[in-house]
Design a protein around this ligand. Structure first.
Ligand SMILES: CCCCCCCCCCCCCCCCC(=O)SCCNC(=O)CCNC(=O)[C@H](O)C(C)(C)COP(=O)(O)OP(=O)(O)OC[C@H]1O[C@@H](n2cnc3c(N)ncnc32)[C@H](O)[C@@H]1OP(=O)(O)O
Ligand SMILES: Nc1ncnc2c1ncn2[C@@H]1O[C@H](COP(=O)(O)OP(=O)(O)OP(=O)(O)O)[C@@H](O)[C@H]1O
Ligand SMILES: O=C(O)CCC(=O)C(=O)O
Ligand SMILES: [Fe+2]
Ligand SMILES: [Mg+2]
Length: 334
C-alpha cells in the first residue's frame, strides 16, 4: 500500500507555473474594458465561476460561505451511512473512529452515539460521494485548479459537552497537519448537516488570518483535557475578535488552510454534525517537515500509523500519499 506511486510521472513544474500565472490574474488585452479587472487576486483562480464579490470576499477574509449547497437528501444519506458505520454494520479500511476524550476516560460505557469524529472515509463510497458532489467541486476548482485531490475527509459528530469543555476545538490552522504546498492551492469544504450556531458549537474564524504564516501549534493547557491531535496555536490571543459562522443545513464554507479557526462547546443535548473534505491541487508538492513547527504532529501521526498498521519508518508525507484520492484531472504530484 505504501509503495504507491502516482500514475502520471511528476515533472510537472510547468503546470504549477501555469497555475501560478493564472493566480496573478493579470488582465488580458482585448477583454471588455467596462469591467475593472483585478490585478491583485492571489488566493482565487480566474476561471469565471466565482462572482467578483465572492472572489473579493475570499481574498480578504480567507473563507466563503455558500448557502444551501448540499441537498437535504444527500445529507440524509450521509447521516444513514454514519449510523451504519457507528453500529459497525459495515467496516471500512483506513477509517478512524474517535470518541471524545471525556467519554473515553470515563467509566460510562458509550453507545455508538459517543463518537466524536470519523476520519479518513475515502474508502466508503457513500460518504466519499460528498467529496465528488459536482456543485462542491466547481467551487473547489476556483482554489485548486483542475487537478483536484481529496486529501482528508471527516464527519464530525460533536457530542453534547460532558461538562469538561472537551467538545471545543482549539483555535488552529489546518496547514499544521499538511506536508504539502503551496498553501493557496489547498481548500477545505465544510458542510453543516443541520443548523449550527453558538449553542451547538459552530465554526469560529478569524477573518484575514490566511494572509499570515503557519504558527507553532501544541496541546492547549485545558483543565478538562484535550482530544488527541487537537493541537491549538501556542499562546493564542483570545482578545482578537472572532466571527461565529452560523450555518443552516446544507450551507457550505470553503476556507484557506492558514485561516485560524476552531469550534465552540456543544451546549445542547444533540450531536452536532458536519461533513468535510480538504482538497489540494495535485500539482502541489510534498515538503519534509523535519526541523519545522510541524515536526510535533509528524511524530504523533507516525506513531499512530505504527500502532494501527505496525509500519515503522514512515513520514508524514507517506501517510498522506496513501490517503489522497484523485477527484478530477490528473494525479500529477501528490
Ligand atoms: C496511514 C496513517 C493514518 C494516520 C492518520 C492520522 C490522522 C491525522 C490527522 C490529520 C488531521 C488533519 C486535518 C486537520 C484537522 C484537525 C483535526 O481534526 S486533528 C484531530 C483529528 N485527529 C484524529 O481524530 C486522530 C486521532 N485519533 C486517534 O488517534 C484515535 O481515535 C484514538 C484517540 C487514539 C483512539 O483510538 P482507539 O484505539 O480507537 O481507542 P481506545 O482503544 O479506546 O483508546 C486508546 C487510548 O487512547 C485514549 N483515547 C481515546 N480517545 C481519545 C481522545 N479522544 N483523545 C485522547 N485520547 C484518547 C484512550 O483513553 C486510550 O488511552 P490509554 O491511556 O491507553 O487508556
Ligand atoms: N476562555 C477560553 N479559553 C481557551 N480557549 C477559548 C476560550 N474562549 C474561547 N476559546 C477558543 O475559541 C473557540 C471558540 O470559542 P468562543 O467562545 O468564540 O465560542 P463558543 O464558546 O462556542 O461560544 P460562546 O462564547 O457564545 O459560548 C473555543 O473552542 C476555544 O478554542
Ligand atoms: O468542529 C468542527 O466541525 C471543525 C473542527 C476543525 O476545524 C477540524 O477538524 O479541523
Ligand atoms: Fe480545522
Ligand atoms: Mg466561549
Amino acid at each position: 500500500m505504501l509503495s504507491y506511486r502516482p500514475t502520471v510521472a511528476p515533472g510537472s513544474s510547468g503546470r504549477l507555473a501555469v497555475l501560478q500565472r493564472h493566480l496573478s490574474a493579470v488582465p488580458l488585452s482585448g477583454q471588455v474594458t467596462s469591467t475593472v479587472y483585478p490585478t491583485n487576486f492571489c488566493y482565487t483562480l480566474d476561471n469565471n465561476f466565482l462572482t467578483r464579490e465572492q472572489r473579493q470576499f475570499y481574498e480578504e477574509n480567507g473563507f466563503l460561505v455558500i448557502k444551501n449547497l448540499v441537498s437535504a437528501d444527500d445529507i440524509e444519506r450521509f447521516r444513514k451511512e454514519f449510523e451504519r458505520l457507528c453500529k459497525k454494520e459495515i467496516t471500512v479500511p483506513g477509517l478512524l473512529i474517535m470518541r471524545d476524550i471525556a467519554i473515553s476516560k470515563s467509566e460510562y460505557v458509550p453507545d455508538q452515539k459517543a463518537i466524536t469524529k470519523l476520519q479518513d472515509f475515502q474508502e466508503d463510497p457513500e460518504l466519499f460521494r460528498y467529496c465528488s458532489l459536482p456543485q462542491i467541486v466547481k467551487y473547489v476548482e476556483c482554489f485548486t485548479g483542475p487537478n483536484i485531490m481529496a486529501m482528508h475527509t471527516m464527519l464530525i459528530n460533536k457530542p453534547p459537552d460532558a461538562g469538561k469543555k472537551s467538545s471545543r476545538h482549539p483555535m488552529h490552522q489546518d496547514l499544521h497537519y499538511f506536508p504539502f504546498r503551496p498553501s493557496d492551492h489547498i481548500v477545505c469544504a465544510w458542510t453543516a448537516m443541520e443548523r449550527i450556531d453558538r449553542s451547538n458549537g459552530c465554526l469560529v474564524v478569524i477573518p484575514g488570518t490566511h494572509k499570515g504564516t503557519l504558527k507553532q501549534h501544541d496541546y492547549p493547557e485545558w483543565e478538562g483535557g484535550v482530544n488527541k491531535m487537537y493541537h491549538g496555536i501556542r499562546d493564542f490571543d483570545l482578545s482578537i475578535p472572532r466571527v461565529h459562522l452560523v450555518m443552516e443545513k446544507g450551507d457550505t464554507v470553503f476556507f484557506h488552510p492558514l485561516l485560524i479557526h476552531g469550534s465552540g462547546m456543544n451546549k445542547t443535548a444533540g450531536f452536532r454534525k458536519a461533513i468535510s473534505c480538504h482538497y489540494a491541487s495535485a500539482d502541489c508538492h510534498y515538503i519534509d517537515v523535519k526541523g519545522t513547527t510541524q515536526e510535533n504532529i509528524e511524530t504523533e501521526v507516525v506513531e499512530l500509523a505504527k500502532k494501527r498498521y505496525g509500519l515503522s519508518g514512515l513520514t508524514l508525507k507517506d501517510t498522506w500519499m496513501v490517503r489522497g484520492r484523485l477527484i478530477n484531472g490528473e494525479r500529477t504530484n501528490l
